[in-house]
Design a protein around this ligand. Structure first.
Ligand SMILES: [Zn+2]
Length: 361
């Protein structure tokens, strides 16, 4: 694919903003580092995976979904580009199925280890374990409290436990990585850059010598990564984690890296993008707070947060993001929540924070 730099909204894309490489054909991004795009049958129709030369074999970063078309793409790579050379290590940036789906399959096939952070590995095993189970009562209470209708609750019950459907059996053991670690791959050092909010203990990889950041889903150029609250941790303040870790990455990773995101195209402009992401959420929080001059349920709060109409198909994702923003405002003591007799939560501005007893004790 030809290189034609395109600059849009302060980011510059060496292969263009809408670069769409031939699926399964690796593109060299730096010495020993290749970008390969796999197709996915969803609205987000692709994922970028990274192949890193590692001695006589290859380290792969992220794996795509456990679906037949992705296995075929891997088979083509094994015979074609990798030319019989083995995969020596699988690193997963985080636990979402498009990233870990084929990790177990790859590790099994090549007898290599899965490298992943502890929280991501454990959370993944836990969610895979839920596959096929019935939706728990606590989850129904959670969505009822958010204001779901009976029909929306039924949709949730139908969809529950699908996480593991596109995830191959995970390896029973793994190699833990964590923020601050340095991994040697071939003759290069890669630093593990932690992130949180989109998933519990996301790991991006930064190579100072090559000026590259394999960003996973922590920094994407156009879409804003989903930051949601789920029934397992109803009061989680994931948005706080997200804002803090985004600011932290802006502090520790220099601005001159080529960002290699898991979706969309590689780009320069890490600090601008992180600032856009942080300020975007801060604006959303401001609008949401204004909206809460009147008491409202979570389902009444889509207007200030989403530009598009939320229907029954998108409500599941939308409610998670909305609750993340509401919990963040509560964490900042700007909003209060009360549960009514029907088990539904109502949020409203806390106008005088000093009325809060915790401030007076
Ligand atoms: Zn993800």
């Amino acid at each position: 694919m030809e290189k034609t730099t395109e600059t849009v909204h302060g980011l510059s894309y060496p292969w263009g903003q809408r670069a769409d490489p031939v699926h399964g054909e690796p593109i060299k991004v730096a010495d020993g580092v290749y970008w390969v795009r796999f197709a996915m049958p969803m609205a987000l129709d692709h994922i970028n995976l990274w192949l890193l030369r590692d001695g006589d074999g290859w380290t792969v970063v992220d794996t795509c979904l456990a679906i037949p078309s992705a296995r075929e793409q891997w088979e083509d790579l094994f015979e074609g580009f990798l030319d019989g050379e083995p995969v020596t290590r699988v690193i997963c940036t985080h636990m979402h199925p498009d990233h870990v789906g084929l990790a177990g399959w790859l590790c099994e096939r090549f007898g290599c280890e899965l490298w992943m952070s502890r929280a991501e590995y454990l959370m993944c095993r836990y969610l895979v374990g839920d596959t096929g189970r019935e939706a728990p009562e606590a989850a129904l209470r959670f969505y009822r409290a958010a204001g779901f209708t009976e029909k929306q609750l039924q949709d949730y019950v139908k969809r529950f436990g699908r996480f593991g459907m596109a995830v191959d059996a995970m390896p029973d053991g793994y190699r833990r990585i964590r923020g601050g670690d340095t991994i040697r791959i071939d003759d290069r050092y890669w630093q593990v850059i932690p992130g949180s909010g989109h998933s519990p203990e996301h790991c991006a990889l930064y190579c100072p010598a090559l000026k590259l950041l394999i960003a996973g889903d922590q920094v994407l150029p156009r879409i804003t990564p989903n930051v949601s609250v789920f029934p397992t941790e109803p009061n989680g303040d994931n948005l706080r984690d997200w804002l803090l870790s985004s600011a932290q990455i802006r502090e520790v990773v220099p601005d001159d890296v080529l960002v290699l995101p898991a979706h969309e195209a590689p780009f320069y402009g890490l600090h601008v993008r992180l600032t856009q992401i942080i300020e975007g959420h801060e604006r959303d929080l401001d609008r949401l707070w204004e909206h809460l001059a009147e008491p409202r349920r979570a389902v009444d709060c889509f207007g200030p947060l989403f530009r598009r109409e939320i229907d029954d198909n998108s409500i599941q994702l939308a409610i998670g993001e909305t609750l993340a923003h509401l919990n963040c405002l509560m964490g900042r003591r700007l909003v209060q929540r009360e549960r009514d007799a029907d088990g539904v939560d109502w949020y409203r501005q806390k106008t005088d924070i000093f009325e809060d007893e915790a401030w007076n004790t």
